[in-house]
Design a protein around this ligand. Structure first.
Ligand code: URA
Length: 433
């Protein structure tokens, strides 16, 4: 395989063969191809795209570039979900115990936040004692016993994606549909679940800014998953506005628990129920109505909350946090941002709000930065809601007062306050099965 020939072929709009793609992934993972040649190939793919056959091969080659997890012991009950990333997206904390309480085997590897988006692993680590680094045996044992385990990405899973993602990040080639598809689906295939639900985010805080782009990505991912023998569905959900009201790790755990306790009834509950119902429908073959009604029952009866207690305790976390949020870490300082005038919030830039959370210490700009578990924002008002001059718009939380002014500025830049109300927004744009 000559990299030069591959780059030229793709640059000129040609279709790479199965052998060429597999050869490239094997050689790159083995450290035999310089980044500058891979960067050139990525840019050629960015502009020329890939055929379906090429994307399938790339995904499969990446999925097998390292270890894979064998979940066959769980038969057709293993189930996973993946969000393309957002702000305030704590749905995994709700959906994982909810689906486990309905009989699914949720064996999930999650990521950390980077840039403006949060990561489930950081949220879970804000629970004192929670371990995200279980051995493979302990992970599988816990899924068997409690129906759910959520850990960080461990071992040598999809090393090709780790290398390619880092390179895409610095060569402006992230937002390419075949490259996102192969990145996400290779990880999901390697992680082994038979059923996969994809939460494709749309809007200002997402990679896909329009429902059309998101639908194209979702259809591609669903097709590839099915071609590889998995049961897959995708939901297109709103990320124009942060999901729920809390942004920041311990704050988000607290809000997820409120939903599980039945104390919160907004967009977060709605999206979580839709995702959980889709997962349960795949696992059990239920029709969408039955799946939705069973998911609501599991939430309202407290079964999902009980499962969260067991899950957290099994992973070393302090289960008292589930019943008493005061046990979760809190920030040292808080500051309120109030409305300068009467009005309605007509828009929120979710990416900027995510950035404000990072400025408060809730996220990291670079891998390896430490985060403050109690830092973040609580949004008292969201898009479509009215506020009077002097009333609270949001509360900021940080461990150092010096962080407040830049974060308040980023937050105020992110919102649009108008004298008249805006129309209602969609929460779920489409379901692709
Ligand atoms: N998330 C991923 O895992 N990969 C991408 O390429 C984009 C989002």
């Amino acid at each position: 395989m000559q990299m030069y020939d591959l780059i030229r072929k793709k640059r000129d709009g040609g279709e790479l063969t199965d052998q060429e793609i597999r050869g490239f992934i094997t050689a790159y993972t083995a450290g035999q191809v310089p980044d500058y040649q891979v960067a050139a190939l990525l840019m050629a793919i960015y502009f020329r795209g890939m055929t379906r056959a090429e994307t399938v091969t790339l995904t499969d080659a990446m999925a097998h570039s390292g270890d894979t997890l064998d979940l066959s012991a769980f038969g057709t009950f293993s189930v996973d979900k993946h969000s393309t990333g957002g702000v305030g997206d704590k749905t995994t904390l709700i959906v994982a115990p909810l689906v486990a309480s309905l009989g699914g085997k949720v064996a999930k590897m999650s990521g950390r936040g980077l840039g403006h988006t949060g990561g489930t692993v950081d949220k879970l680590e804000s629970i004192p004692g929670y371990r995200t680094d279980l051995s493979r045996e302990a992970f599988l044992h816990q899924v068997e016993e409690t129906g759910v385990a959520v850990i960080g990405q461990t071992g040598n899973l999809t090393p090709a994606d780790k290398l390619l993602y880092a390179l895409r990040d610095v060569t402006a080639t992230v937002d390419s549909i075949p490259l996102i598809t192969s990145s996400i689906m290779s990880k999901k295939l390697a992680a082994g679940s038979h059923n996969i639900v994809l939460d494709v985010k749309v809007g200002s805080g997402a990679f896909m800014k329009t429902p059309q782009q998101a639908e194209e990505l979702a259809r591609e991912m669903v097709r590839i998953g099915k071609d590889c023998g998995r049961r897959v569905a995708a939901l297109l959900t709103d990320m124009d506005v942060p999901l729920g009201r809390a942004v920041g790790n311990a704050l988000e755990v607290q809000e997820a628990v409120q939903v599980l306790r039945g104390d919160s009834h907004g967009d977060l509950r709605e999206v979580s129920l839709a995702l959980a119902a889709e997962m349960a429908a795949l696992v059990h073959g239920w029709d969408p109505r039955e799946a939705r009604s069973r998911a609501e029952q599991a939430l309202d009866s407290g079964a999902a909350l009980a499962c969260m207690r067991q899950w957290v305790a099994a992973q070393g976390g302090d289960p008292r946090c589930i019943d008493d949020p005061a046990q979760l870490p809190t920030a040292v300082y808080s500051r309120e941002v109030v409305a300068p005038t009467d009005g309605y919030i007509t828009a929120m830039d979710a990416e900027r709000i995510g950035h404000a959370a990072v400025l408060l210490g809730a996220g990291r700009m670079q891998k390896g930065d430490t985060i403050a578990p109690g830092a973040g924002l609580y949004l008292h008002r969201k898009t479509g809601e009215a506020v009077r001059a002097g009333e609270r718009l949001c509360t900021l939380y940080a461990d150092e007062q010096a962080r407040f002014s830049a974060a308040a500025e980023a937050y105020l830049d992110a919102i649009t306050l108008s004298s008249s109300a805006s129309g209602s927004r969609s929460l779920i744009y489409a379901t692709i099965r």
